[in-house]
Design a protein around this ligand. Sequence first.
Ligand SMILES: C[S@@+](CC[C@H](N)C(=O)[O-])C[C@H]1O[C@@H](n2cnc3c(N)ncnc32)[C@H](O)[C@@H]1O
Length: 246
Amino acid sequence: MVTKFFYTSEIYKDKAQDIANFLGMSACSGPIKNDRAHLVFGESGLSFFHPEARAKNPFNLDFQTGSSGWRLKRADHEKLIKKALGKSDKPLKILDCTAGLIQDSLLFLTLGHHVTAIEQSKILFLLLQDAVNRSKETHNELFKNFSLIHGNACSFVQNADDFDVIYYDPMYPPSKKSALGSGQLEYLSKILEVEQISNEPQMDFEVLQLMPVNKMIVKRPIKAEPFNPSINYQVSGKTTRFDVYI
Ligand SMILES: C[S@@+](CC[C@H](N)C(=O)[O-])C[C@H]1O[C@@H](n2cnc3c(N)ncnc32)[C@H](O)[C@@H]1O
C-alpha cells in the first residue's frame, strides 16, 4: 500500500484527510519524501508518486485540457469505437467495467451516451473522482451523464439490468514493446502493483458476459485470442481490436 498521504499546505488539510479516510490513512504535512510511493493533495488536486516510474513528476489526471487534446489524438480510435457501438437513435446506457483513465468513457460521453464507469483500484478511483470534480468547474456538460463507482465490475452483475452495452478493456498482458508505452499507462500499472491488484481477465470476462445487456464490447490487442470464439463481429485497427458479442 502507499506509505504516506501528504498535503502541501494547511488549507488542504481537511480535504486531504477526507480523501485519505477512504484509504484508511492519515494525511500529514511534509516534508514530502520521494523515496516511497505516496499520494499528495494540493493546488493541482490529488496526485500519486512512485519512485520507480520513469516520469519524475507525480501522476495527476486533468480532463480540463482533454476536450481538444485527447479527442484529437484519438480520432482513429474514435472511429473504431463508433463502429463497435453501431448506430443508435437514442443515447445508450453504457457500463464501462474498466474505467482506467476513463479515456474510452470520455469518448462515449462525447458521442452523447450515458456512462457508468467502474474502477477496482481505490487510488485510481480517488484520482479520477478528484479530476472529474475539478473538470466539472469547466466541463460540466461533458460529465453530466457520467457516474463513477469504486468496486470490481464482477460484483455488479446483479445490478446491470439497466444497461444497453457493457464495455470491457482489461489490462493488456505485459509485452516487451508496448507495456510501458505511455507514462500514464506505466503509472496505472504502478498503482495496481502498490495495491496488489491483479486480475484474471478470462475469468472476469466469463462473469461479465452473464450481464443481461444487448451488447458487450471487449477491447483486445490485435493478435490476442478472443475470450470467447462466438464473436458476432470484430472491428480492427492497427494494434487494437474490438470483439462484439450480441
Ligand atoms: C486497460 S485499463 C482501462 C483503460 C480505459 N479503457 C481507458 O480508456 O482509460 C484497465 C483498468 O480497468 C481496471 N479493471 C480491470 N478489471 C476490472 C474489474 N473486473 N472491475 C473493475 N475494474 C477493473 C483496472 O484496475 C484498470 O484501471
